[in-house]
Design a protein around this ligand. Structure first.
Ligand code: URA
Length: 212
């Protein structure tokens, strides 16, 4: 696998167009969810671009050939609950054989620090590429904590996928986990005093589940 920069902004026109509609406060819950599914396919396509390939012997209807296939164990996708599940569903359409784990973290509204309430992750994390998904990289505290946990569980080859990143979150991740490349559809301006990304898209969980 070639070297990947610490931060990659996926500026594909389709990604950017869909993201704008998702940011728009007039977009309905069902519209938001549909777009999230679509955009996650495009993001997954980019994040897996550098996966290693090997070859296998097959026969086409015309002749034998050595054809490319993915090398190594299946990917592990780790969703940070609950908003991560929105990204996860789309990615699973593209990579249906991926193993899936969940980490439950909520942000204490006062300290903005992560509190873990659930964790169930696949075995053999040390042998898999592990993609952690959470739509919003805000303070970076939850993401850094989730990656701490995954490294303790053995993960070595990690990537982080989000829809929007704040500079504060990117800096936090760079400091805590410089070995974990971040892929995002946009790097926004900053956080507000409540830890929301500006201009952002609001609360991703509320937008996708209609809880507000
Ligand atoms: N989580 C969200 O859902 N939105 C933000 O802007 C920041 C964190």
């Amino acid at each position: 696998m070639t070297d990947v920069p610490h931060l990659t902004v996926i500026d594909h026109p389709l990604v950017q167009h869909k993201l704008t509609i998702m940011r728009d406060k007039r977009t309905s819950t069902s519209g938001f969810r549909k777009l999230l599914r679509e955009i996650s396919l495009l993001l997954a396509y980019e994040i897996t671009r550098e996966l290693d390939l090997t070859t296998t012997a097959i026969e086409t209807p015309l002749c034998p050939m050595e054809a490319p296939v993915l090398e190594g164990k299946k990917l592990a996708l780790i969703s940070i609950l609950r908003a991560g599940n929105g990204l996860l569903d789309g990615i699973l359409e593209l990579i249906p054989a991926a193993r899936v784990g969940f980490i439950g973290l909520y942000r204490d509204p006062v300290t903005l620090l992560p509190v873990q309430y659930y964790s169930k992750v696949p075995a053999d994390l040390d042998l898999r590429m592990v993609i952690v998904v959470d739509p919003m990289l805000a303070t970076g505290n939850s993401s850094a904590a989730a990656i701490d946990l995954l490294k303790k569980a053995g993960a070595k080859n990690l990537r982080f996928l989000c829809l929007l990143a704040a500079p504060e979150g990117v800096a936090r991740m760079r400091e805590a986990h410089p070995d974990v490349p971040i892929f995002t559809a946009a790097l926004d301006d900053r956080l507000d005093e409540h830890g929301y990304i500006l201009p952002g898209l609001g609360d991703a969980g509320d937008r996708m589940f209609g809880t507000k």
